[in-house]
Design a protein around this ligand. Structure first.
Ligand code: 9D3
Length: 232
């Protein structure tokens, strides 16, 4: 899969290519990544990319000229929908991640300031996505969230197969508690059942723990856990 990023802060995306799972996905060739700097498409000496909003008010708006050229350059290299990260978008979830992971290409447009000129949305954006109801200062971190969630679903990405399968089995349920050595830590013991070697009892205990946690912490999930989207 090839992901293009359109941003005024290209350096931030070093975090994606430099570390962890996304780095391994890039190294193995399952993921390709190109970052496009909007400022490279500005036409003035100061490389201006924003301007004051028509109608007045606080903040600035990403000006359409350089942005259009930058998106068009990204589209020359990466085929696939242009997704604009914005608080006004549909809320991202695991279903969205799975959908995007099925594409061969994807362009993520990161907004900054008050957002992009609406004519960019009209002419070049295929889909608008938010990562949740809280205020961030731009679309760069949301774009990295999406890259991470999508990359770990790509077939062939090392270490993903088992955990992706487990995730889809447990979908809509919180995880059970986990323990590792030592058996006693600051006076706290590992639950006996986990040392029993009885795999059926362990499975049962983990399921009960997960269900109880979900009931208490996320009652909204209990309704739909274990059922597919169409069964809800
Ligand atoms: C304080 C500015 N707000 C005035 C009503 C609107 C606003 C504009 C731009 C709020 C946030 C932003 C920047 N955020 C994003 O670009 C963004 C975002 C987010 O803030 N939360 C969750 N998902 C996303 S995706 C992009």
């Amino acid at each position: 899969m090839e992901i293009g990023i359109v941003t005024i802060f290209p350096e931030i995306f070093g975090a994606v290519s430099g570390f962890g799972m996304t780095r391994r996905a890039l190294e193995s060739g399952n993921l390709a990544f190109s970052v496009f700097d909007v400022r490279d498409y500005a036409s003035d000496r100061r490389r201006t990319v924003d301007d004051r909003p028509y109608g007045g008010g606080p903040g600035m708006v990403l000006t359409p000229g350089p942005l259009a050229e930058c998106i068009d350059a990204a589209r020359q290299k990466v085929s696939g929908p242009v997704v604009y990260l914005t608080p006004q978008g549909e809320q991202f979830d695991q279903g969205t991640a799975r959908e995007l992971a099925g594409l061969s290409g994807l362009i993520l447009l990161c907004g900054r300031y008050e957002g992009v000129d609406e004519r960019i949305v009209e002419t070049r954006v295929d889909r608008e996505i938010s990562i949740g109801d809280y205020v961030l200062s731009g679309g760069e971190f949301p774009a990295m969230v999406i890259v991470d969630a999508v990359a770990r679903l790509l077939p062939g990405v090392v270490g993903n197969e088992k955990s992706v399968l487990e995730d889809s089995f447990n979908e809509g349920m919180l995880d059970c508690p986990h323990y590792t050595r030592p058996e006693n830590f600051e006076g706290l013991d590992v639950p006996k059942v986990l040392l029993s070697g009885n795999h059926e009892e362990i499975r049962q205990w983990r399921m009960e723990q997960a269900l109880e946690r979900t009931r208490v912490r996320r009652p909204d999930l209990v309704r739909s856990a274990g059922r597919s989207e169409t069964e809800n």
